[in-house]
Ligand binder design. Structure first.
Ligand code: RIB
Ligand code: CA
Length: 312
């Protein structure tokens, strides 16, 4: 039975790769797709999501939800990695701007359509999810599981010295979502920065002779270059792909239930995810945190999934 998932994302190169893989993954059914501002502004994220869906033309067209900008747009984003258009200049046509509804409504409708059977995979800031539960307070008890790509529990951030971007970009939304009573799993930088997509991994990608292979190479090559230029790294991180694999193959992850709170203020500390690891914590244990993943299995599943999509 395919897992029913809602993908909430801010494409962005790796978010786009998740969609390329998930759209043809027989083990999942994407019941809704929602864009959120993050790597790029909300309107660019929406355009990219729509263009990717049109390019991929998946067998079942999920409902599309468009996220509007957060109440407090972050001063930082990731266009230095993903390009100003968010897809490293890959100019995908957006033929018809399909009628799309507000993301928070699409999320609520999709969950209510099949209570307790739909998982939410959050690959960007948590703006849409927070708005959905504020709009529909009964929603949390109908959500099967929320997986969140984000956070940094070892104290080392990526967008600031101590904050991970998805949390930093909308701290109040993150605070709302982390307090939800439903089952939640956090996939933090602690694990997603423990592996990299390296230049030679492109040899395992679908051939550029295929339509999808050509797109993937055009997305990843510039991203690798930008990682090298900006961070001096040989490879690039694939946070969203790892979060996807944790959601689809939960047995590949080791988790620990922890009390995790969001720091919403502080010039240096805004966006921190703080775990209370004391013997008697002050806060309730509210989220499963991934502490380890089966890296080889994840990497193999990424290559196999992309190849399946390219040759469907
Ligand atoms: O911090 C990494 C996360 O922020 C990834 O999801 C990336 O796509 C950006 O959204
Ligand atoms: Ca993302």
């Amino acid at each position: 039975m395919p897992k029913k998932i809602i993908l909430d994302m801010d494409p962005g190169i790796v978010d786009a790769m998740v969609l390329c893989l998930a759209a043809f993954d027989p083990t999942v059914e994407i019941v809704a797709l929602t864009s959120v501002g993050g790597n790029v502004p909300a309107e660019t994220s929406a355009k990219n999501l729509q263009a990717l869906v049109e390019f991929l033309d998946p067998p079942r067209l999920p409902r599309l939800g468009i996220g509007s900008p957060p109440d407090e747009p972050p001063s930082l984003d990731y266009r230095h990695i993903h390009g100003t258009d968010g897809l490293c200049g890959v100019d995908l046509p957006v033929a018809s701007r399909r009628s799309a509804h507000p993301a928070e409504k699409v999320i609520s409708d999709a969950v209510r359509n099949d209570p307790e059977n739909v998982m939410l995979l959050c690959l960007g800031p948590l703006t849409n999810v927070a708005r959905a539960v504020i709009r529909d307070p009964q929603l949390p008890k109908m959500i099967r599981h929320i997986y969140i790509a984000g956070g940094a529990l070892n104290g080392r951030g990526n967008i600031t010295p101590c904050a991970e971007f998805n949390i930093y970009a909308d701290v109040h939304a993150a605070k709302t979502v982390f307090r939800l009573p439903c089952t939640k799993t956090l996939v933090p930088l602690d694990v997603t920065e423990s592996m990299e997509l390296l230049p030679n991994h492109l040899e395992n990608f679908p051939s550029e002779e295929t339509r999808l292979g050509k797109l993937l190479h055009h997305l990843v090559r510039p991203a690798l270059h930008n990682y090298r230029q900006c961070y001096g790294l040989e490879g690039m991180h694939v946070h969203d792909l790892i979060a996807y694999m944790v959601a689809v193959h939960p047995s590949w992850a080791t988790t620990e239930e922890l009390p995790v709170q969001i720091e919403t203020s502080g010039y240096l500390t805004r966006g921190m995810t703080i775990a209370d690891r004391r013997s008697i914590p002050e806060f309730p244990r509210n989220i499963e945190v991934v502490t380890k993943i089966k890296k080889k299995a994840v990497l193999q599943a990424i290559f196999q999934g992309l190849d399946r999509s390219a040759n469907r």
